[in-house]
Design a protein around this ligand. Structure first.
Ligand SMILES: [Zn+2]
Length: 441
């Protein structure tokens, strides 16, 4: 399959990158890091950025100076030099925006509608209808989908989708944005990661219309919504009392996915081979590039993480030329091609000595586990040098509990697999050997 021919978004993304390179707006080191797959050295990140959440107060203050452009200035064919880098890519989508047909409804250009996706039925036959927010722009362009709460206890993504969708003016949008704030409505109502049968919905994509309850829901979602997307951002948090530094999870062997990650600004990127059955795996295999945003932990709403996610997605929308809203980022964040978990070797009360974003060296003490019976404390040492990109909240743990997730800057980037022409083929045999339920999206 020739992705660029069959998928206009990919051409747009390609064109936008070309535009970026010309404009020099994206730091050369960032482009180099992504394009040549050589990791940005951690030393390029100032110490103050390593040890605190990226959305610091200073960064927020800088963000108040958002540049917005009146609709009348929207870049159209024939306009002079676009004020916003990448925006000229939208002009390749000639003609008028088309009505968007979705879920038995038609959303005219320049309109916002709330639709319903009937995921399944309750036992008494009552339909389970999840809201789907659709903004169809007045101007032509790609369709970007945002999905959240495939795991019903992951709340940050719900708020991220709400903020992004309700901040878009359909009159100023090029293309369409489809937002599904709560994919797993049944899990959400029970404050649970899982479906009522304790299946993880994000292990059943693309689904089967005659399969298990989870598989049928996955099939319906994939057919009714995902198939309409040119690209997709799936929002998650850590699981089981673990929290994640805001980061993109992406298969950096897939050129189209790499291109997508470059539109987000300076977010941490972790190379991650998607598990079979995840939405990311299934959609990417179907030619729809997907990245996952991990931000924060489950069961709570974390404002800093929400703001970080919103900022990343709005930067992507701007990069794709769909909106015109420049958000300012600090220094480029590293790309991590490897990661590893440090596990507890004793049972007891885990108290961390590090925080999300901390840079650590091999042998550093990350925390202690104290046996509440004999009062003996055991340090937890890091087996790697890198950065804390995820960690357990302070809690009672058993031996083997994955406590600290360390991003490691490897020398070798994964090789690009699809090389323009073929859909990525995932190396199932070598993937996710360390996979444990709940430790990936
Ligand atoms: Zn999740």
């Amino acid at each position: 399959m020739t992705l660029f021919r069959s998928n206009p978004l990919l051409f747009i993304v390609f064109a936008t990158l070309t535009s970026l390179l010309r404009s020099g707006e994206l730091a050369a080191s960032e482009l180099d890091a992504a394009a040549t797959q050589s990791p940005v050295e951690d030393q390029t990140v100032p110490a103050e950025l390593r040890s605190e959440a990226p959305d610091s107060a200073a960064a927020e203050a800088a963000l108040t100076a958002l540049e917005t452009v009146p609709a009348s200035d929207a870049v159209r064919p024939g306009n002079v030099e676009p004020a916003v880098p990448l925006a000229d890519a939208v002009t390749v989508a000639v003609g008028h925006a088309q009505p968007l047909s979705l879920l038995n409804a038609t959303v005219p250009p320049g309109n916002y509608q709330r639709l319903s996706w009937i995921a399944t039925q309750l036992f008494e036959g009552v339909p389970v209808a999840a809201p789907v927010l659709v903004v169809n722009g007045r101007l032509p362009g790609p369709t970007l989908c945002l999905t959240a709460a495939i795991h019903g206890d992951e709340l940050n993504g719900i708020e991220i989708v709400r903020r992004v969708l309700h901040d878009i003016n359909p009159q100023k949008l090029s293309g369409a944005v489809i937002g599904v704030p709560i994919v797993n409505l049944q899990g959400f109502r029970r404050a649970s990661r899982y479906l009522p049968d304790r299946r993880d919905l994000n292990r059943y994509f693309p689904g089967n219309p005659n399969g298990s309850a989870a598989s049928r829901i996955a099939f319906s979602f994939f057919k009714e919504i995902v198939s309409h997307c040119d690209a997709l951002v799936d929002l998650h948090t850590g699981s089981f009392e673990r929290t994640n530094l805001p980061q993109l999870r992406a298969d950096l062997r897939d050129r189209d996915v790499v291109t997508l990650t470059q539109g987000f600004g300076a977010m941490v990127v972790l190379h991650s081979d998607p598990s079979p059955g995840t939405l990311r795996h299934a959609a990417t295999a179907a030619g729809i590039p997907v990245v996952t945003i991990e931000a924060g932990g489950p069961s709570v709403l974390e404002l800093a993480e929400v703001k970080h996610g919103v900022k990343g997605i709005e930067t992507l929308l701007n990069s794709l030329g769909m909106i015109r809203k420049v958000r300012l980022w600090g220094d480029p964040e590293p790309i991590y091609y490897r990661s590893a978990w440090v596990r507890a070797n004793q049972g007891g009360i885990l108290l961390a000595d590090v925080s999300l974003g901390s840079t650590v060296r091999k042998g550093d003490v990350l925390g202690t586990i104290t046996d509440p019976m004999n009062n003996q404390s055991t340090p937890v040492y890091s087996a790697w040098s890198g950065r804390i990109i995820g960690m357990a909240r302070n809690q009672v743990v058993m031996p083997g509990f994955a406590a600290f997730h360390i991003g490691i800057q490897a020398d070798n980037a994964p090789a690009i697999v699809n090389a323009d022409t073929d859909a990525v083929s995932h190396d199932e045999a070598g993937s996710n050997r360390d996979y444990v339920d709940g430790m990936s999206e």
